[in-house]
Design a protein around this ligand. Structure first.
Ligand code: CS2
Length: 482
């Protein structure tokens, strides 16, 4: 009998029910009762569960020390879904031949504001050797210049109350303070968000924060801390009811929060981890001293073009990446951006052919098994565009090449904000309030609208906003999109 039978209600996924999953579903290949917690992760959203938790799930088959304590910094949603499931969830790897896997690496989910002492205890435990993060760009509390944003409300709070932090940086520093006081080595801190030089930026922010509290602590972190830079990649559309139904049919078990991603996944980590760190290479993680090449290529080619397709695609009435990239005008825009504008700013890491890499990305966007909503990618544009487009654009400008095409995603973002705001729809972005106001008062006239957006000084550095070539290119792109 299958779970979709209407007579017997399906069992919920849990430690006792999972061995009864429909054959063919991959199950944890280790005894979950023997797993220890060696990793604390901040931000157990879909991407973490699709990516790092999957790698640790594979690693646990050979080494039980690397279970995860997942910490939500704000909402209890993940804990509420996963606690009744003993931390288990199903990962659907979408492909022509989709596979399902029950992931068992998350051993515990904590909601930081409800229980700071448990988070501190995990951070300070000698067995905790690694802290990973997926807190999105805004979670790094950085200023437009790239350092710690000391005016960020969470940082202002945490500097005043360092033993009751709210931010990721505040928690990392308080955990390190406790380890330092106890004579323990620091944990390695592995940033897994799409920020250029993510680990270095995080280290600089952590050290700057610690320096405000205790110069010795800051010097110790500076000297002993390991903050590798990373590149993370796997397209992970948000969970919806269709996925829940599909997972139920495939596994026979009800899962409140399954995760879906493309079958392709990649994790590149700078090879500076301490010797007692988990053996990530054994599960396919690329450890390299050339992470920058990988990270720039991915951020600019994949994420930059993703954001372009999101804003330009929504303006043309598309809903998903698949639809957008199937629109010939957008497909050629994407390809020209990649080959004419972005690749010339990149240095290929050893063994990577950038032209082939770009084509492979377009092929991933065309995967018919994946419904990846443009509106999901459109979130947080004020945080994403600086890393995804402005770096490429600034370097192109400095090299004296045309920035006309690179101005299109920025202009499309401005038009997208105006479209949403005028329709009275919410904008998901830390600058939502400012953006809605700008969108509502947009006139459609390029000069005034572009000038109003360029005044967003946390998005556009002053030197760029005042550059006449940049302003002219943006005005032209904005007018062309009318
Ligand atoms: C996307 C990324 O939502 C977005 O902004 O561009 O989440 C993208 O799917 C991943 O970085 C792929 O690795």
């Amino acid at each position: 009998m299958t779970a979709s039978s209407d007579t017997t209600p399906a069992l919920r996924l849990s430690a006792t029910s999972y061995p009864g999953a429909i054959p063919g579903v991959a199950l944890p290949a280790y005894d979950r009762d023997k797993v220890q917690i060696g990793v604390v992760h901040f931000g157990p959203g879909a991407f973490h569960r699709a990516h790092q938790a999957f790698y640790f799930d594979q690693l646990l088959a050979s080494d039980p020390r690397w279970g995860i304590c997942a910490v939500s910094l704000k909402s209890p949603g993940v804990r509420d879904a996963l606690e009744p499931q003993d931390g288990l969830y199903t990962l659907a790897q979408l492909d022509a031949d989709t596979t399902f896997r029950v992931v068992g690496s998350i051993q515990e989910v904590l909601v930081a504001p409800e229980d700071p002492p448990s988070v501190f205890a995990r951070l300070a435990a000698p067995t905790t050797r690694m802290v990973t993060l997926t807190v999105t760009e805004k979670g790094y509390t950085l200023s437009a210049e790239g350092g710690l944003d000391e005016n960020h409300p969470d940082i202002v709070h945490d500097l005043a109350h360092p033993r009751e932090p709210q931010s990721a940086v505040g928690y990392i520093v308080e955990g390190l303070r406790r380890r330092h006081a106890a004579g323990l080595a620091p944990y390695a801190v592995v940033a897994c968000d799409n920020l250029a030089d993510n680990g270095w930026r995080l280290k600089a922010a952590v050290v700057a924060f610690a320096a405000k509290l205790d110069a010795d602590l800051a010097a110790w972190i500076e000297r002993e801390g390991s903050f590798p830079r990373t590149m993370v990649d796997s397209i992970t559309p948000a969970t919806d009811d269709a996925l829940r139904a599909r997972v139920l049919a495939a596994t026979g078990l009800e899962d409140a929060w399954p995760i879906q991603r493309e079958a392709f996944t990649q994790w590149v980590v700078e090879d500076v981890l301490p010797s007692d760190a988990p053996d990530l290479a054994s599960v396919g993680v690329i450890l390299t001293d050339d992470v920058r090449g990988f990270e720039r290529a991915k951020l600019r080619l994949l994420n930059g073009v993703h954001s372009t397709l999101a804003y330009a695609g929504i303006l043309r009435g598309h809903e998903t990446v698949f639809e957008a990239v199937s629109d010939p005008a957008l497909e050629s825009l994407a390809r020209e951006l990649m080959t004419q504008d972005i690749i010339p700013t990149l240095t290929a890491p050893r063994g990577l052919d950038l032209a082939q890499y770009a084509e492979a990305i377009l092929a991933r966007f065309r995967n018919p098994e994946i419904r990846h909503y443009l509106s999901q990618i459109a979130w947080d544009g004020s945080q994403k565009l600086p890393f995804r487009i402005l770096g490429t654009l600034t370097e192109t400008l400095e090299a004296g090449r045309s920035i006309d095409r690179l101005a299109i995603p920025l202009a499309a973002w401005m038009r997208f904000i105006a479209l949403r705001a005028k329709a009275g729809e919410a904008i998901t972005d830390p600058l939502a309030e400012k953006l809605s106001a700008l969108g509502v008062s947009a006139t459609g006239e390029a000069k005034t609208d572009v000038a109003a957006f360029l005044a967003l000084d946390t998005v556009f550095p002053a030197a760029l906003a005042g550059n006449p070539t940049f302003v002219a290119a943006l005005e032209k792109a904005y007018a062309d999109l009318a």
